[in-house]
Design a protein around this ligand. Structure first.
Ligand SMILES: [Zn+2]
Ligand SMILES: [Zn+2]
Length: 318
């Protein structure tokens, strides 16, 4: 079976990966209106916990003390090929970065130092995809909770390298290239921006036209097409308080996070940013059939509600 198929009616690519039906699930079924699954007390079967290193393909990279052997315990972040990849290895890359040896479900349960280590690992592995001689399109994302598509509770990011231009990523690059001025710089310069918080070189705000209702965006205030080699420390400072506050406000811990940046060879006009999208509702007919989304929140009101919560979280953390 050809692993990549295109819908002739929409030009949308599909990855044919029927083996993924066999992948293990411990996030439970999603009940409508209750997107946060019950957290199972036991995680004896978790393939991402220490001691289960033989449950994943051999690791490609890990943070572990000097002298530690690969695929043994003792690691603090671990990258492995996805055992149920969306693409076969000769076509592309599908990797998992296990964010912590602790069986944590929400990213914000990590300490700022742990989160910085995990995010730096995402960047390091993303760079490996970026340097792949096949010229793949890299994409980093995190699915948290069953409603956000996570099949395993244990917090992990994923990394794909696609052998074609993914439509939304390519559309974003086009938008940056065509715009007379960088749209992210322009939104950040707008005094009416629904800003939430600043952390080091980064700003978080609610974009006026988000990818999904309730989304929050983080970007550097200074224009840069790609994130730095080690974005972890700066991002960890804001991600934890922000995601926690967003979850409390919208009433679900289920969320997707993804990193938008230019692909290798992409335009300098690109301004990298991270989107964090809470998943309160499943996609419905209008979204799936017409590609049209509706907003449940006024972004300005959402930012105003988030601002004090994030500030309070920062004060509490210090
Ligand atoms: Zn686990
Ligand atoms: Zn910019």
């Amino acid at each position: 079976m050809t692993p990549v198929r295109w819908d002739p009616l929409t030009g949308t690519p599909l990855l044919v990966a029927p083996a993924r039906i066999e992948r293990p699930h411990d996030t439970g079924p999603v009940a409508p209106g209750d997107p946060t699954p019950a957290r199972g007390p036991g995680h004896a079967d978790c393939p991402f916990c220490p001691g289960a290193e033989d449950q994943t393909p051999p690791e490609v990279w890990a943070v572990r003390p000097p002298g530690g052997a690969p695929d043994t315990t003792g690691w603090s972040v671990r990258a492995v090929p996805n055992r149920f990849p969306v693409l076969p290895p000769d076509e592309g890359i599908h990797e998992v970065v296990v964010n912590s040896p602790r069986h944590i479900v929400e990213l914000w349960e990590l300490s700022p130092t742990e989160m910085a280590t995990a995010v730096d690992a995402w960047a390091l592995r993303e760079r490996a995809v970026r340097n792949d001689p096949r010229g793949l399109w890299p994409f980093v994302f995190l699915n948290q909770g069953a409603a956000a598509g996570a099949s395993l509770q244990h917090s992990h990011a994923q990394l794909i390298g696609l052998p074609f231009a993914p439509p939304l990523l390519a559309a974003r690059e086009d938008a940056f290239q065509r715009a007379p001025a960088c749209p992210v710089c322009a939104e950040l310069a707008d005094p009416a921006i629904a800003r939430i918080a600043d952390a080091g070189p980064l700003t978080a705000w609610c974009p006026q036209a988000p990818p999904l209702s309730g989304a929050v965006r983080i970007a550097p205030r200074r224009h840069a097409p790609e994130w730095p080699a080690r974005p972890g420390r700066a991002l960890a400072e804001i991600l934890g308080p922000l995601m926690r506050a967003l979850a409390a406000l919208v009433g679900t811990a289920a969320m997707n996070l993804w990193v938008n940046q230019r692909h290798p060879g992409g335009p300098d006009a690109y301004h990298w940013h991270v989107d964090i999208v809470p998943r309160r509702a499943t996609l419905a007919g209008m979204e799936l059939g017409a590609g049209v989304f509706s907003l449940l929140n006024d972004p300005t009101a959402l930012a105003a509600a988030l601002d004090p919560r994030v500030s309070a979280a920062e004060v509490a953390a210090n």
